[in-house]
Design a protein around this ligand. Structure first.
Ligand code: SAM
Length: 266
């Protein structure tokens, strides 16, 4: 499935491509210099993973979306700019929402592992596992977390987790559900609940939903970066979806008006 780019998005892509030489140092992580991200990602990819259709389209104006190695190379510097006013603060707040006694934690759609690392650093006694559907994101996460012994990363679809029932104390997902269709989000939440122990906590960090400031922010980012599911996300309600997946004590905390940390209990 492939979405047509709007003229603005096409303009941004061609601007980035034609100015790649001087933009590249600004838009890419230096840790990838001299590293063959394509080959490394292909090497670690699990051949049994089946990519759902929604995942095979362009995201963030990167052709091929997360199945293009450039998505992993450009993710961190761009995310740092987008997560206003301060990415570290938002990552820390998310990590703080996880119960301090959790010993085994799963981070779904972990991307390059920034949230996973914040959790692993806050809870050094816990084992934190990141899962992502892009082998290039998983490679990036592993590369960045080499000095963090309690974080590990695997290539898997969060809709079909390769873990036993009741095997985690907490499950998190940061910035995942604005990028998935609602039916996939529900399947992922159902899987999150399956792998949680009784009383385990589900922590979801993402944008606010509804009208107002959330809608303005969502519309700006989808106009600039091509967020195929932003509209669906803004007009839906993750709290209801969490309840539908079977979570109890579902609540939310607004962060700086444009973000929310939603929590639920198994
Ligand atoms: C916007 S990124 C968020 C990354 C990271 N959690 C963060 O906070 O920076 C969304 C991530 O979700 C991943 N993703 C989307 N659908 C997924 C699925 N079904 N299973 C696992 N990962 C998925 C993408 O590959 C991407 O890395």
């Amino acid at each position: 499935m492939k979405l047509a780019l709007s003229p603005l998005q096409r303009g941004i892509v061609s601007f980035l491509q034609s100015n790649e030489t001087w933009l590249r140092p600004l838009l890419t992580e230096r840790i990838f210099d001299g590293v063959d991200v394509q080959a490394e990602g292909d090497k670690l990819a699990n051949p049994d993973v089946v990519y759902p259709d929604y995942y095979k389209q362009d995201f963030h104006s990167v052709e091929g979306g997360y199945l293009n190695k450039d998505a992993a190379i450009t993710y961190d510097p761009i995310t740092k700019q987008i997560l206003v006013p301060n990415e570290d603060f938002l990552r820390q707040e998310t990590a703080n929402a996880i119960p301090a006694e959790a010993k085994r934690i799963l981070d779904l759609g972990c991307g390059t592992g920034t949230a996973t690392r914040a959790i692993a650093s806050r809870l050094p006694q816990a084992q934190v596992v990141g899962v992502d559907l892009s082998p290039y994101m998983v490679f990036a996460a592993r590369l960045k977390a080499q000095s963090i012994p309690n974080a590990s990363f695997i290539h898997a679809n969060a809709e079909e987790l390769p873990f036993e029932d009741e095997s985690f104390d907490a499950v998190t997902a940061s910035l995942l559900f604005h990028e998935t269709p609602l039916d996939a989000a529900l399947r992922i939440m159902t899987e999150a609940r399956r792998v949680l122990k009784p009383n385990g906590k589900f922590v979801v960090f993402d944008g606010a939903q509804g009208d107002g400031l959330a809608k303005l922010g969502g519309n700006i980012s989808s106009a600039l970066f091509l967020e195929p599911y932003a509209e669906q996300f803004l007009s839906s309600n993750l709290l209801n979806l969490m309840r539908e997946a079977g979570f109890a004590k579902v609540e939310t905390r607004s962060l700086l008006l444009i973000y929310e940390i939603r929590t639920g209990t198994k």
